[in-house]
Ligand binder design. Structure first.
Ligand code: UD1
Ligand code: CA
Length: 441
């Protein structure tokens, strides 16, 4: 067996200092949401899969907000670019932070969230293999999108060899016709990158230091530039406007749903189903149309969710739980086999197994100042239209009558039946085991 290739140390530079003024919203562009993560968070999760030795994030506009969003990420080095003067300038600042790093430097933009770790891995391989010759100084991802407007164009000579990248604003009319674009992902040999960066100039249409010119400089020196074409240009789509954010979201959503379908989750209508990144869903669970499942939910096997259900962060559905139409669940545990099928709000609730939550049940979890918990025991039967003012508790097999308002700090003992407004125990009436066993819907 051939000895494994010695692994080259990897540093990643993520550019996120730009203003993003084309989005026209106050949120810094890289913090815009994409299926439960931010654009930047998505890119950082992807590059983490490559297990880099160092990851440098270049910030400036919206710095305080971005830093806050990245709090606790001790694996990252955050650097302030100062007034952004172009992608080349940004990488120069990152190079200082990398000090004497020796190895491969991968540069990605914080506004291109759809790239996969697989493609970035192929980019690294493309540089090292470089047509069987010695490793190239750099490798760059290119694509052929339907509409290349606004993007840098790949320049090639008569033999098809890469010669450089021209930003659209600097293109001649002929160059503008080129349909191969720079996707914005680069892998450099660190020495080649660090040697070329000081040589960038800002003599161009935007008076910026372009990172893309590093590739032209290296190509002129015959240092070797490998290119990797991605077959689906949507993977390298950047987000510069809210329209592009919506397109990126659509593709990310499709990937997430396809992943669940492949794992045995029955999604009746992917077109109207919204599931954020990172939601765990067990096999044989059915997700019915017009359902929204936010990041931070975990759903067991053999559950049913929807149609028209809304599961928010912190929701746990244990195996066989059923959440029906117009039911919202937030930060709650719904025990195995428990049903809440109609018009209900469950927030900050801990519900046992095989309970029946009647139509129109509300856990009134917020008193205007703080959120409080509601506990509902195994086999409990919550009558239609019950309001449970938190904190309050229903014991196992206990029951409320339709329209009961259970006031705060009430504790309904096991098997007890409460009715009325405010709800009071029905004296002498205990719910029998066989009554409790019958499931309703
Ligand atoms: C860039 C490329 C272009 C490519 C396109 C792909 C350059 C010069 N051009 O253009 O060839 O087709 O991406 O999406 O690189 N940033 C900084 N500091 C700066 C400038 C930018 O951190 O001084 C960050 C931005 O926040 C953004 C990223 O770099 O995340 C790309 O910058 P942007 O201005 O969007 O470049 P494009 O014009 O899209
Ligand atoms: Ca961009």
């Amino acid at each position: 067996m051939p000895a494994p290739a010695p692994s080259v140390p990897l540093a990643v530079v993520v550019l996120a200092a730009g203003l993003g003024k084309r989005t026209k919203v106050s949120t810094p562009k890289v913090l815009l949401p994409l299926c439960g993560r931010t654009l930047l968070g998505t890119v950082l999760d992807t590059v983490r899969e490559l297990q880099p030795e160092r990851t440098v994030v270049v910030l400036h506009h919206g710095k305080a907000e971005v830093e806050k969003a990245l709090a606790g990420r001790t694996d990252l080095t955050l650097v302030d670019q100062g007034e952004p003067r172009g992608t080349g300038h940004a990488v120069r600042v990152a190079a200082e932070a990398l000090g004497g790093f020796h190895g491969e430097v991968l540069v990605v933009y914080g506004d291109c969230p759809l790239i996969t770790a697989t493609t970035l891995g192929e980019l690294r391989k493309a540089r090292r293999a470089a047509g069987g010759k010695r490793p190239a100084a750099a490798a760059v991802v290119t694509a052929f999108p339907d509409d290349p407007s606004g993007l840098g164009r790949i320049l090639r000579d008569a033999e098809g060899e890469f010669t450089g990248i021209r930003e659209e604003k600097d293109c001649s009319p002929e160059e503008r016709e080129l349909d191969e674009i720079n996707a914005g992902f680069y892998c450099f040999a660190s020495e080649a990158l660090f040697a070329a960066l000081p040589r960038l100039s800002d003599q161009n249409a935007q008076r910026e230091y372009y990172l893309t010119d590093v590739l032209g400089i290296l190509a002129r020196e015959r240092a070797g530039i490998a290119t990797l074409v991605v077959p689906d240009a949507r993977e390298v789509q950047g987000v510069n406007s809210l329209r592009e954010l919506a397109l990126a979201r659509e593709l990310m959503q499709e990937r997430i749903l396809v992943g669940h379908l492949a794992n045995g989750v029955l999604i009746e209508d992917p077109n109207t189903t919204y599931i954020d990144h990172g939601v765990r869903i067990g096999r044989d669970t059915r997700i019915l149309p017009c359902t929204v499942i936010r990041a931070g939910c975990a759903i067991g096997a053999h559950c049913e969710v929807g149609p028209f259900a809304h599961l928010r962060a912190g929701t746990v559905l244990e195996d066989g739980a059923e959440i029906g139409n117009f039911v919202e669940v937030k930060k709650s545990v719904v025990g195995a086999g428990t049903k809440a099928k109609h018009l209900t709000y469950l927030g900050d609730a801990v519900i046992g197994a095989r309970a029946n939550i009647g139509a129109g049940t509300i856990t009134a979890n917020y008193d205007g100042r703080a959120k409080h918990e509601t506990r509902i025991g195994d086999g409990a039967f919550v009558g239609s239209g019950t309001v449970l003012v938190a904190p309050s508790e229903m014991g196992p097999q206990s029951m409320t009558g339709a329209g009961a308002v259970v006031t705060r700090n009430t504790r309904i003992e096991a098997g007890e039946v409460y009715v009325g407004v405010p709800a009071r125990a029905l004296p002498g009436r205990k719910r029998r085991g066989d009554e409790a066993a019958k499931g309703g819907s």
